[in-house]
Design a protein around this ligand. Structure first.
Ligand code: BYC
Length: 472
């Protein structure tokens, strides 16, 4: 087990000081990162002391240390999971060969592209969430936001390390570009669409951390299977942090749902807006929006990019080694959806090209489990409402259903019908204004905004009313 050296300017467990050139290059990138954090990171937060966890070692247990930290002083660094002895490539045409410790020359551009796409999402999310601290529902939630933000910053470090260490000059240029593209920027936007959507209210933040961070879980899990061992190792460690982000999302939406269900029961109506709650049908609209934009993050249903990444051994499937097949997929078929007449039907496609679709299915199942738990919360509170994930064809902008229009149940409709119903299915301007009007900052110790239930317990054994953020 490798512990992390915190005496270095850049904390790391990769013996950075043994490679002076790399160390110098990263030390040059470090101030640019800190400037970016100052400009684009959480607004007006630099003097707050935040109860943050910091990685101490990379073992699954006991890696975290909790302390009051000012965020600009957070020790961002480079942490890779330990190397597995004799690790082999588990899929594709190199199956059975030793994993690569260096970039295979023939796959350099594909690998760089994957790392850049992954890396780009991390600072994007920080940019998307930068104003949320100004409207937090409690100190507990403010801490969660900041914890996630610093860890996304660290995930950027993880990808920048790979670019610097393994891709020479163009890797360094890509690392600089990570701080030049910005979420929603007209000229230099982030790469993937869902990372250019602002996260303007806390319901959106909880939806983001449930749905969008879960894309992170599935993409990182697929990259953790990579034959390029440094990528696999860094993704394995990132996944331990990602789990907490999804916890914030699931419990966050769960707490909103709980409060809304309580108010619905108490006042015997779903229209709880007059009582300062978010109506359950409005939560459904937020879900429809976030789930559908996240489905796009998996790419097209059939993709030669994905087939190539797989055959090359660069990006596997979710839990690759647990799947019972030949891990080469030369002859296998997989079901992908398409519109035939008035129905979405399942057609056969080569499994190799349907890798994205398979991952999207895995993702949907995982999301459904969370939605089921939210529905139990509603039922337990005695309210009458069921949240449902929309059909995969609903509101899609990538792949087979791009440019088509469907109801949330998956019935094809005209653009006119979609437009006429848009505000019933997805947040309207008025809905967004209403939710924003509830987002009044609560920073008194132990207090919670009215639209969200308190968490069932605090962080790391602390009480819920612990002063998780000291505001300065
Ligand atoms: N937006 O062949 P296709 C996370 C492009 S989240 C815009 O199907 P492919 C996190 C595509 O690039 C995880 N463009 O694509 C979460 C391609 O472009 P070209 C992030 C899109 O490559 C929360 C074209 O359309 N990690 O970590 O098979 C907070 C054809 O598509 C989009 C990764 O994504 C889109 N949504 O699949 C913080 C892993 N989708 O070739 C962090 C790395 C597709 O025509 N990335 N396109 O120029 C990948 O594995 C793949 O790039 C994708 C796309 C799965 C995203």
């Amino acid at each position: 087990m490798s512990s992390i050296d915190y005496s270095e300017k850049i904390p790391n467990n990769v013996n950075l000081s043994d490679d002076r050139r790399l160390q110098r290059a990263l030390e040059k990138w470090q101030p640019a990162f800190l400037n970016w954090w100052g400009d684009m990171g959480p607004e007006a937060s630099s003097d707050h002391e935040v109860y943050l966890r910091t990685a101490v070692d990379v073992s699954p247990k006991g890696w975290a240390q909790f302390d009051m930290v000012r965020m600009p002083e957070y020790r961002w660094g480079i942490f890779l999971a330990d190397r597995e002895v004799d690790r082999k490539i588990n899929f594709g045409i190199h199956k059975g060969e030793d994993v690569w410790q260096e970039v295979p020359g023939e796959y350099r551009s594909e690998l760089r592209r994957l790392i850049v796409t992954q890396g780009d999402t991390e600072p994007a999310s920080v940019e998307q969430q930068r104003l949320l601290g100004l409207s937090c529902p409690s100190l507990y939630d403010l801490r969660s936001l900041f914890q996630i933000n610093v860890e996304e910053g660290r995930h950027l470090w993880a990808m920048v390390y790979l670019l610097h260490a393994y891709f020479g000059r163009d890797g360094r240029e890509e690392a600089e570009e990570m701080l030049v593209r910005h979420s929603g920027d007209e000229d230099k936007p982030r790469i993937l669409e869902a990372f250019n959507v602002p996260t303007e209210d806390w319901l959106s933040f909880f939806m983001f951390t449930f749905f969008q961070d879960r894309d992170g879980k599935f993409q990182l899990s697929s990259l953790a299977e990579s034959g390029f061992d440094p990528l696999s190792r860094t993704c394995r460690f990132m996944l331990t942090e990602e789990a907490h982000h999804m916890f914030v999302g699931e419990t966050g939406v769960g707490r909103v749902v709980e409060r809304s269900a309580q108010l619905s029961k108490q006042h015997d109506t779903l229209d709880i807006a007059p009582y300062g709650g978010i109506p359950l049908p409005m939560i459904q609209k937020w879900m429809n929006f976030h789930f559908s934009i996240c489905l796009d993050l998996f790419g097209q249903e059939t993709s030669t990019n994905a087939a190539n990444f797989y055959s090359m051994g660069l990006k596997g499937r979710y839990l690759e080694t647990k799947i019972d097949d030949d891990h080469a997929l030369g002859n296998d078929m997989f079901h992908v959806p398409e519109l035939r007449g008035d129905n979405v039907v399942m057609a056969e496609a080569p499994a190799l090209t349907a890798i994205n679709e398979r991952l999207r299915n895995d993702y949907r199942e995982d999301c459904q489990r969370g939605v089921d738990r939210w529905n139990k919360i509603i039922a337990k509170a005695g309210a009458d409402y069921t949240l449902t994930l929309p059909h995969n064809a609903f509101h899609r902008n990538i792949g087979t259903f791009q440019g088509m229009h469907f109801t949330p149940q998956g019935k094809p409709i005209s653009k006119e019908e979609f437009d006429a119903n848009r505000a019933n299915w997805m947040p309207s301007e008025a809905d967004r204004e209403f939710v924003k009007s509830l987002m009044v900052r609560v920073t008194e110790r132990g207090k919670m905004a009215n639209w969200v239930a308190p968490p069932s317990r605090g962080v790391h054994g602390q009480d819920v009313d612990y002063e998780y953020v000291k505001l300065h």
